[in-house]
Design a protein around this ligand. Structure first.
Ligand SMILES: NC(=O)c1ccc[n+]([C@@H]2O[C@H](COP(=O)([O-])OP(=O)(O)OC[C@H]3O[C@@H](n4cnc5c(N)ncnc54)[C@H](OP(=O)(O)O)[C@@H]3O)[C@@H](O)[C@H]2O)c1
Length: 329
Protein backbone atom coordinates (compact mmCIF):
# COMPACT_ATOMS: atom_id res chain seq x y z
CA UNK A 1 0.00 0.00 0.00
CA UNK A 2 1.25 3.51 -0.77
CA UNK A 3 2.50 5.09 2.40
CA UNK A 4 1.60 8.77 2.62
CA UNK A 5 3.02 11.07 5.29
CA UNK A 6 0.53 11.73 8.06
CA UNK A 7 -1.20 15.00 8.70
CA UNK A 8 -0.64 16.33 12.22
CA UNK A 9 -3.47 17.06 14.61
CA UNK A 10 -4.85 20.57 14.16
CA UNK A 11 -2.50 22.97 15.90
CA UNK A 12 -3.88 25.99 17.69
CA UNK A 13 -7.46 26.66 18.64
CA UNK A 14 -8.96 27.15 15.18
CA UNK A 15 -10.16 24.45 12.84
CA UNK A 16 -9.00 24.35 9.21
CA UNK A 17 -12.58 23.92 7.99
CA UNK A 18 -12.97 27.62 8.79
CA UNK A 19 -10.67 28.32 5.88
CA UNK A 20 -11.68 25.84 3.23
CA UNK A 21 -14.55 27.78 1.71
CA UNK A 22 -12.94 28.09 -1.71
CA UNK A 23 -11.60 24.92 -3.37
CA UNK A 24 -7.95 25.10 -4.31
CA UNK A 25 -8.24 23.23 -7.61
CA UNK A 26 -5.15 21.63 -9.12
CA UNK A 27 -2.01 22.00 -7.04
CA UNK A 28 1.55 21.46 -8.26
CA UNK A 29 4.17 21.00 -5.52
CA UNK A 30 7.90 21.11 -6.25
CA UNK A 31 10.44 19.80 -3.73
CA UNK A 32 7.63 17.74 -2.16
CA UNK A 33 10.05 15.11 -0.85
CA UNK A 34 11.69 17.48 1.65
CA UNK A 35 10.96 18.37 5.28
CA UNK A 36 8.24 20.86 4.49
CA UNK A 37 6.75 18.81 1.66
CA UNK A 38 6.24 15.99 4.12
CA UNK A 39 3.73 18.17 6.00
CA UNK A 40 2.36 20.23 3.12
CA UNK A 41 1.54 17.28 0.87
CA UNK A 42 -0.89 15.44 3.22
CA UNK A 43 -2.52 18.72 4.18
CA UNK A 44 -3.18 19.84 0.63
CA UNK A 45 -3.94 16.42 -0.86
CA UNK A 46 -7.05 16.19 1.35
CA UNK A 47 -8.26 19.66 0.50
CA UNK A 48 -7.56 20.08 -3.21
CA UNK A 49 -9.08 18.73 -6.37
CA UNK A 50 -5.79 17.15 -7.44
CA UNK A 51 -2.18 17.36 -6.29
CA UNK A 52 0.90 16.66 -8.40
CA UNK A 53 3.81 16.20 -5.98
CA UNK A 54 7.26 16.40 -7.58
CA UNK A 55 10.91 16.40 -6.58
CA UNK A 56 14.24 15.90 -8.30
CA UNK A 57 14.54 12.46 -6.69
CA UNK A 58 11.59 10.06 -6.56
CA UNK A 59 11.94 9.11 -2.89
CA UNK A 60 8.27 8.15 -2.37
CA UNK A 61 5.66 6.42 -4.54
CA UNK A 62 3.47 9.56 -4.53
CA UNK A 63 6.25 11.74 -5.97
CA UNK A 64 6.94 12.31 -9.66
CA UNK A 65 10.32 13.35 -10.97
CA UNK A 66 10.80 17.04 -11.73
CA UNK A 67 14.13 18.82 -11.47
CA UNK A 68 13.08 22.48 -11.55
CA UNK A 69 16.24 23.37 -13.52
CA UNK A 70 14.86 21.36 -16.44
CA UNK A 71 13.07 24.16 -18.28
CA UNK A 72 11.57 21.94 -20.99
CA UNK A 73 10.13 19.57 -18.37
CA UNK A 74 8.75 22.51 -16.39
CA UNK A 75 6.91 23.75 -19.48
CA UNK A 76 5.48 20.31 -20.20
CA UNK A 77 4.36 19.86 -16.57
CA UNK A 78 2.57 23.22 -16.62
CA UNK A 79 0.84 22.55 -19.93
CA UNK A 80 0.03 18.92 -19.07
CA UNK A 81 -1.18 19.43 -15.49
CA UNK A 82 -2.62 22.96 -15.86
CA UNK A 83 -2.15 23.91 -12.20
CA UNK A 84 -4.26 26.53 -10.43
CA UNK A 85 -1.79 26.79 -7.55
CA UNK A 86 1.96 26.14 -7.48
CA UNK A 87 3.76 25.55 -4.19
CA UNK A 88 7.44 25.97 -4.98
CA UNK A 89 9.23 24.24 -2.09
CA UNK A 90 12.21 22.99 -4.11
CA UNK A 91 15.47 24.57 -3.02
CA UNK A 92 19.09 23.96 -2.22
CA UNK A 93 18.81 24.36 1.55
CA UNK A 94 22.24 23.24 2.75
CA UNK A 95 24.13 26.45 3.58
CA UNK A 96 27.58 24.89 3.31
CA UNK A 97 26.74 23.24 -0.03
CA UNK A 98 25.46 26.60 -1.33
CA UNK A 99 28.70 28.38 -0.31
CA UNK A 100 30.74 25.73 -2.13
CA UNK A 101 28.42 25.54 -5.15
CA UNK A 102 27.11 29.07 -5.73
CA UNK A 103 26.23 28.35 -9.37
CA UNK A 104 24.03 25.41 -8.43
CA UNK A 105 22.42 27.40 -5.60
CA UNK A 106 21.71 30.26 -8.03
CA UNK A 107 20.33 27.88 -10.67
CA UNK A 108 17.87 26.22 -8.26
CA UNK A 109 16.92 28.96 -5.80
CA UNK A 110 17.05 31.85 -8.27
CA UNK A 111 16.96 30.96 -11.98
CA UNK A 112 14.53 28.02 -11.79
CA UNK A 113 12.27 30.11 -9.56
CA UNK A 114 12.33 32.84 -12.22
CA UNK A 115 11.14 30.35 -14.83
CA UNK A 116 8.42 29.03 -12.51
CA UNK A 117 7.25 32.57 -11.71
CA UNK A 118 6.99 33.44 -15.37
CA UNK A 119 5.16 30.21 -16.20
CA UNK A 120 2.80 30.59 -13.23
CA UNK A 121 1.88 34.06 -14.37
CA UNK A 122 1.30 33.05 -17.97
CA UNK A 123 -0.91 30.13 -16.87
CA UNK A 124 -2.84 32.44 -14.49
CA UNK A 125 -1.78 30.44 -11.40
CA UNK A 126 -1.25 31.52 -7.85
CA UNK A 127 2.40 30.93 -6.88
CA UNK A 128 3.70 30.32 -3.37
CA UNK A 129 7.45 30.68 -2.89
CA UNK A 130 8.86 29.60 0.45
CA UNK A 131 11.70 31.81 1.57
CA UNK A 132 13.80 32.15 4.66
CA UNK A 133 14.78 34.33 7.59
CA UNK A 134 18.27 33.98 6.10
CA UNK A 135 17.55 36.90 3.73
CA UNK A 136 18.30 39.28 6.63
CA UNK A 137 21.79 40.25 7.80
CA UNK A 138 20.99 39.65 11.47
CA UNK A 139 22.16 43.07 12.63
CA UNK A 140 18.78 44.35 13.77
CA UNK A 141 19.53 43.78 17.44
CA UNK A 142 18.16 41.20 19.82
CA UNK A 143 15.46 43.43 21.26
CA UNK A 144 13.53 43.56 17.95
CA UNK A 145 12.13 40.99 15.54
CA UNK A 146 12.29 41.23 11.76
CA UNK A 147 8.97 42.15 10.15
CA UNK A 148 7.97 42.05 6.50
CA UNK A 149 8.78 45.79 6.34
CA UNK A 150 12.47 45.25 7.07
CA UNK A 151 14.88 45.37 4.15
CA UNK A 152 16.69 42.08 3.40
CA UNK A 153 20.48 42.14 3.14
CA UNK A 154 21.67 38.55 2.87
CA UNK A 155 25.19 37.66 4.03
CA UNK A 156 25.57 34.17 2.53
CA UNK A 157 24.98 32.44 -0.81
CA UNK A 158 21.84 30.63 0.35
CA UNK A 159 20.23 33.86 1.56
CA UNK A 160 21.28 35.80 -1.56
CA UNK A 161 19.91 33.18 -3.96
CA UNK A 162 16.65 32.87 -1.99
CA UNK A 163 16.29 36.66 -2.04
CA UNK A 164 16.83 36.60 -5.82
CA UNK A 165 14.06 34.00 -5.99
CA UNK A 166 11.78 36.24 -3.93
CA UNK A 167 12.36 39.18 -6.25
CA UNK A 168 11.67 37.11 -9.38
CA UNK A 169 8.39 35.96 -7.86
CA UNK A 170 7.34 39.49 -6.83
CA UNK A 171 8.38 40.89 -10.20
CA UNK A 172 6.98 38.27 -12.56
CA UNK A 173 3.89 36.65 -11.05
CA UNK A 174 0.94 38.82 -10.18
CA UNK A 175 -0.80 36.36 -7.85
CA UNK A 176 2.06 35.47 -5.56
CA UNK A 177 2.84 34.73 -1.95
CA UNK A 178 6.41 34.90 -0.68
CA UNK A 179 6.33 33.19 2.71
CA UNK A 180 9.41 33.28 4.93
CA UNK A 181 9.95 30.44 7.40
CA UNK A 182 12.43 30.29 10.28
CA UNK A 183 14.42 27.31 11.59
CA UNK A 184 12.47 24.40 10.13
CA UNK A 185 11.29 21.69 12.51
CA UNK A 186 9.70 18.62 10.94
CA UNK A 187 10.15 15.74 8.56
CA UNK A 188 10.59 13.01 11.16
CA UNK A 189 13.55 10.65 11.30
CA UNK A 190 13.56 10.09 7.52
CA UNK A 191 13.43 13.68 6.26
CA UNK A 192 14.69 15.89 9.06
CA UNK A 193 18.27 16.84 8.27
CA UNK A 194 18.50 19.99 10.35
CA UNK A 195 19.33 20.97 13.91
CA UNK A 196 16.54 19.13 15.77
CA UNK A 197 17.31 15.74 14.23
CA UNK A 198 21.01 16.27 14.88
CA UNK A 199 20.41 16.76 18.62
CA UNK A 200 17.90 13.88 18.73
CA UNK A 201 20.42 11.62 17.00
CA UNK A 202 23.06 12.51 19.58
CA UNK A 203 20.63 11.63 22.37
CA UNK A 204 19.73 8.38 20.60
CA UNK A 205 23.45 7.59 20.36
CA UNK A 206 23.75 8.01 24.12
CA UNK A 207 25.78 11.24 24.20
CA UNK A 208 26.05 12.54 27.76
CA UNK A 209 27.02 16.07 26.66
CA UNK A 210 25.66 17.94 23.64
CA UNK A 211 26.92 21.31 22.46
CA UNK A 212 24.76 24.07 21.00
CA UNK A 213 25.53 27.67 20.10
CA UNK A 214 24.18 30.49 22.22
CA UNK A 215 25.15 33.34 19.89
CA UNK A 216 22.64 32.69 17.07
CA UNK A 217 18.96 33.44 17.56
CA UNK A 218 15.91 32.52 15.54
CA UNK A 219 12.32 31.38 15.44
CA UNK A 220 11.64 27.66 15.04
CA UNK A 221 8.93 26.82 12.51
CA UNK A 222 7.00 23.57 12.76
CA UNK A 223 6.16 22.27 9.29
CA UNK A 224 2.65 21.07 10.21
CA UNK A 225 1.68 24.43 11.73
CA UNK A 226 3.13 26.07 8.64
CA UNK A 227 1.09 23.87 6.27
CA UNK A 228 -2.14 24.68 8.09
CA UNK A 229 -1.41 28.41 8.34
CA UNK A 230 -0.42 28.54 4.68
CA UNK A 231 -3.71 26.90 3.72
CA UNK A 232 -5.61 29.48 5.77
CA UNK A 233 -3.67 32.32 4.14
CA UNK A 234 -4.37 31.06 0.63
CA UNK A 235 -8.07 31.20 1.38
CA UNK A 236 -7.84 34.99 1.78
CA UNK A 237 -6.29 35.79 -1.60
CA UNK A 238 -4.28 38.52 0.15
CA UNK A 239 -1.18 38.24 -2.02
CA UNK A 240 2.22 39.51 -0.91
CA UNK A 241 5.13 38.78 1.41
CA UNK A 242 4.61 37.14 4.79
CA UNK A 243 6.55 35.80 7.75
CA UNK A 244 5.21 32.48 9.07
CA UNK A 245 7.10 31.23 12.12
CA UNK A 246 6.18 29.80 15.50
CA UNK A 247 5.65 32.23 18.34
CA UNK A 248 8.63 33.06 20.55
CA UNK A 249 12.36 33.14 19.87
CA UNK A 250 15.48 31.46 21.20
CA UNK A 251 19.06 30.43 20.54
CA UNK A 252 20.12 27.02 19.26
CA UNK A 253 21.14 26.36 22.86
CA UNK A 254 17.58 27.11 24.04
CA UNK A 255 16.17 24.71 21.45
CA UNK A 256 18.64 21.96 22.41
CA UNK A 257 17.79 22.38 26.10
CA UNK A 258 14.09 22.08 25.29
CA UNK A 259 14.68 18.91 23.24
CA UNK A 260 16.56 17.32 26.12
CA UNK A 261 13.78 18.32 28.52
CA UNK A 262 11.02 16.94 26.27
CA UNK A 263 12.89 13.67 25.84
CA UNK A 264 13.49 13.38 29.59
CA UNK A 265 17.16 12.81 28.86
CA UNK A 266 19.82 13.33 31.51
CA UNK A 267 22.26 14.73 28.91
CA UNK A 268 23.97 18.03 29.67
CA UNK A 269 23.61 20.83 27.12
CA UNK A 270 26.72 22.99 26.96
CA UNK A 271 26.49 26.49 25.48
CA UNK A 272 29.26 27.34 23.00
CA UNK A 273 29.81 30.12 20.50
CA UNK A 274 29.76 29.64 16.74
CA UNK A 275 33.54 29.23 16.54
CA UNK A 276 33.11 25.85 18.18
CA UNK A 277 31.48 24.57 14.95
CA UNK A 278 33.50 26.74 12.55
CA UNK A 279 35.04 23.75 10.71
CA UNK A 280 31.83 21.77 10.41
CA UNK A 281 29.57 24.74 9.60
CA UNK A 282 31.74 27.44 7.98
CA UNK A 283 28.94 29.28 6.12
CA UNK A 284 28.14 32.70 7.62
CA UNK A 285 24.92 32.75 9.61
CA UNK A 286 23.11 35.93 10.73
CA UNK A 287 23.26 36.62 14.47
CA UNK A 288 19.52 37.15 14.51
CA UNK A 289 17.00 35.40 12.28
CA UNK A 290 14.15 36.24 14.64
CA UNK A 291 10.96 36.94 12.70
CA UNK A 292 7.50 38.00 13.72
CA UNK A 293 4.31 37.34 11.77
CA UNK A 294 3.22 40.95 11.60
CA UNK A 295 1.15 40.74 8.41
CA UNK A 296 -0.57 37.51 9.43
CA UNK A 297 -1.46 39.23 12.70
CA UNK A 298 -2.94 42.18 10.81
CA UNK A 299 -5.18 39.75 8.91
CA UNK A 300 -6.07 37.92 12.16
CA UNK A 301 -4.53 34.84 10.57
CA UNK A 302 -1.58 34.05 12.81
CA UNK A 303 -2.29 30.43 13.79
CA UNK A 304 1.29 29.48 14.68
CA UNK A 305 1.80 28.03 18.15
CA UNK A 306 4.59 28.83 20.61
CA UNK A 307 7.64 26.93 19.38
CA UNK A 308 8.04 24.94 22.60
CA UNK A 309 4.49 23.52 22.25
CA UNK A 310 5.05 22.69 18.59
CA UNK A 311 8.44 21.10 19.31
CA UNK A 312 6.91 18.88 21.99
CA UNK A 313 4.12 17.86 19.62
CA UNK A 314 6.66 17.02 16.92
CA UNK A 315 9.00 15.00 19.11
CA UNK A 316 6.20 13.08 20.80
CA UNK A 317 4.64 12.26 17.42
CA UNK A 318 7.78 11.32 15.54
CA UNK A 319 10.24 10.18 18.19
CA UNK A 320 8.05 8.52 20.84
CA UNK A 321 10.51 5.63 21.24
CA UNK A 322 13.38 7.97 21.88
CA UNK A 323 11.44 9.90 24.53
CA UNK A 324 10.53 6.66 26.31
CA UNK A 325 14.06 5.24 25.93
CA UNK A 326 15.81 8.38 27.13
CA UNK A 327 13.46 8.69 30.08
CA UNK A 328 14.29 5.16 31.12
CA UNK A 329 18.05 5.54 30.59
N1 LIG B 1 15.05 23.85 6.13
C1 LIG B 1 14.99 25.05 6.68
O1 LIG B 1 15.48 25.28 7.81
C2 LIG B 1 14.27 26.17 5.96
C3 LIG B 1 14.11 27.39 6.61
C4 LIG B 1 13.44 28.43 5.96
C5 LIG B 1 12.95 28.24 4.69
N2 LIG B 1 13.15 27.06 4.06
C6 LIG B 1 12.61 26.93 2.71
O2 LIG B 1 11.53 26.02 2.76
C7 LIG B 1 11.43 25.32 1.51
C8 LIG B 1 11.33 23.83 1.79
O3 LIG B 1 12.58 23.41 2.34
P1 LIG B 1 12.70 22.18 3.33
O4 LIG B 1 12.87 22.71 4.68
O5 LIG B 1 11.61 21.20 3.06
O6 LIG B 1 14.12 21.65 2.88
P2 LIG B 1 14.52 20.28 2.18
O7 LIG B 1 14.15 19.16 3.08
O8 LIG B 1 15.95 20.43 1.78
O9 LIG B 1 13.58 20.21 0.91
C9 LIG B 1 13.88 20.81 -0.32
C10 LIG B 1 13.53 19.79 -1.39
O10 LIG B 1 13.83 20.37 -2.67
C11 LIG B 1 14.52 19.38 -3.42
N3 LIG B 1 15.31 19.96 -4.49
C12 LIG B 1 16.57 20.47 -4.43
N4 LIG B 1 16.95 20.85 -5.65
C13 LIG B 1 15.93 20.58 -6.50
C14 LIG B 1 15.73 20.72 -7.89
N5 LIG B 1 16.70 21.22 -8.67
N6 LIG B 1 14.55 20.33 -8.43
C15 LIG B 1 13.58 19.81 -7.66
N7 LIG B 1 13.71 19.62 -6.34
C16 LIG B 1 14.88 20.01 -5.76
C17 LIG B 1 15.37 18.67 -2.38
O11 LIG B 1 15.87 17.45 -2.89
P3 LIG B 1 17.25 16.85 -2.26
O12 LIG B 1 16.92 16.44 -0.85
O13 LIG B 1 17.54 15.71 -3.17
O14 LIG B 1 18.25 17.95 -2.30
C18 LIG B 1 14.37 18.51 -1.25
O15 LIG B 1 13.55 17.38 -1.42
C19 LIG B 1 12.64 25.74 0.70
O16 LIG B 1 12.24 26.70 -0.23
C20 LIG B 1 13.58 26.35 1.71
O17 LIG B 1 14.42 27.33 1.14
C21 LIG B 1 13.78 26.01 4.66
Amino acid sequence: MTSHPREAATPGGRHPSEFSAKPLGRVLITGAGGMLGNAVYPYFVRRSQKVLATDRVVSEPWIEKLDIRDTAKLHSVFSGFQPDLVLNLAAETDLEYCEENPDIAAAVNGDATKEIASLADSFGCTLVYISTAGVFDGKKGLDALYTERDEPNPIMVYGRTKYDGENHVRGLCERHYVVRAGWMVGGGSRKDHKFVSRILQQLADGWKVVHAVNDRFGTPTYTHDFAMNLFALLDQKAYGTYHMVCEGTGSRYDVAKEIVRICGSGAEVKPVDSDFFREEFPAPRPRSEMLCNERLGELDLNLMRPWRDALRDYIEREYADLCAGAAGA
